[in-house]
Design a protein around this ligand. Structure first.
Ligand code: SF4
Ligand code: SF4
Length: 137
């Protein structure tokens, strides 16, 4: 199949070279929920996207991004970079990918307290329940 050239360009933008996202399973156990705190406490962000998938976001520029916003290894860039097209990226089309964003303990606890299915898990652990009650409003 012939590859269609994207209609939009990245000119002046290098947003998607400044972070990575890693999909994680939806939390179903005390350990799963506890791990969310572990990620957030290390400065990572957890979010749920518009397909209700859970992801961890690491805000870190690629080592091969130049100060001018160019790719130093363009000919040898990973496939994931080649496949990411500006027509449906977060700048031009898709928009904000975060349906729910948890950048700190309070944001996560406020969300977990409101969702019965997660609260049922939390209630089984005194430690986790104590954390969520302390940091959530
Ligand atoms: S794909 Fe979109 S977000 Fe990424 S650099 Fe190009 S314009 Fe920016
Ligand atoms: S390899 Fe190049 S295109 Fe891919 S993230 Fe790094 S700078 Fe951006």
């Amino acid at each position: 199949m012939k590859h269609k050239a994207p209609k939009k360009t990245c000119a002046g933008c290098f947003l998607c070279c400044t972070y990575v996202t890693i999909e994680i399973d939806e939390p179903k156990t005390v350990e799963d929920i506890d791990a969310l705190f572990w990620y957030i406490d290390h400065g990572l962000t957890v979010f749920i996207d518009h397909e209700n998938d859970w992801l961890v976001e690491v805000r870190r520029k690629c080592d091969y991004l130049t100060p001018e916003g160019l790719c130093k290894i363009y000919e040898d860039r990973p496939i994931v970079c080649r496949d990411h097209e500006p027509d449906d990226c977060e700048k031009h089309g898709e928009g904000d990918v975060h349906k729910h964003l948890f950048a700190n303990r309070k944001m996560l606890c406020d969300f977990l307290k409101k969702k019965e299915k997660y609260w049922k898990i939390i209630e089984t652990s005194d430690i986790l329940k104590g954390i969520v009650e302390k940091f959530g409003s």
